[in-house]
Design a protein around this ligand. Sequence first.
Ligand code: TRP
Length: 336
Amino acid sequence: MPKKRILTGDRPTGKLHIGHYFGSLKKRVELQENPEYDPYILIADVQALTDNFNNPEKVRKNVREVAMDYLSVGIDPNKTTIYIQSMIPEVAELTVFYSNLVTIARLQRNPTVKTEIAQKREIFGESVTYGFLGYPVSQAADITAFEGKLVPVGEDQLPLIEQCREIVRKFNSIYGDVLVEPEAILSGNKRIKGLDGNDKMGKSLGNAIYLSDSEEEINKKVMSAVTDPNRIKKDDKGNPDVCMVYYYHKLFSTEEETKTVCSECKAGERGCVACKKQLAKNISDTLKPIRERRAYYETHPEEVDKILIEGTKKAQATARETMKKVKKAMMLDYFE
Ligand code: TRP
């Protein structure tokens, strides 16, 4: 049985945080241990430029940050191919070919794109760019260039995979059965909330804990987390269900600790400051091995580069093979 290729990736627009860790990174580390899978992870710098075209420094810098985050959480370059999207010209070529197979109306209806356009008014104003509207097409190229079979994603990405499947079916019906149709698999965990209770964790919201954060930074951030607003004095009875500190205890503390937190808070027997200190320690302890590995890679950038170069070379060879088949099917294989 040939191995099943898994395709995932991230836009390098910032360092990765614990939301990414629980949302996708943990799952990716797990999946790479299964010998039936052949995982590829792309650092989607071209996609990052679709909404950061005016900030190439940011994208450039974060390619290495994201690579270090991957390595620190335990993505193993011997098991997972890590590569840079812009270094695979076939992805750009396929994007052009696929753009004939998708209508503008269909892109405008894509729920993920719709939501993002609404969130990015300050970048796009009233009129979105061709590149951003078309990024699902380029994401279809990301997946199919490597014959990705499984795509572990969060729920917000499902419409992109659906659109990719439509492109594949259309391509295959016109040019012959060449492309592999991918399937989405949900990464399991739903998105985790920010320290402020916001549904989304992100840099611009200032509510994220990064994998690279020091103990002091974690402490400071946890101290600012939102707690039950009705609890003013220590012996006021609290409602843990509206408290972000309790929410995070459930992610980072033992079951026993979490139970105690809940019952003491409800009974008014627990101060918020002590509760936060305990949480900060647990987060910090959990992230310690990640933070230490990251510190290692920060001082060994040549190792990070080597991993990226090797992964990219391997990915280039894979994409070249796919492109041969695609060009033949599209009758673009001149002088072969
Ligand atoms: N759109 C994804 C995100 O914003 C990143 C991405 C780019 C991706 N290409 C991909 C994910 C291919 C899975 C497969 O997180």
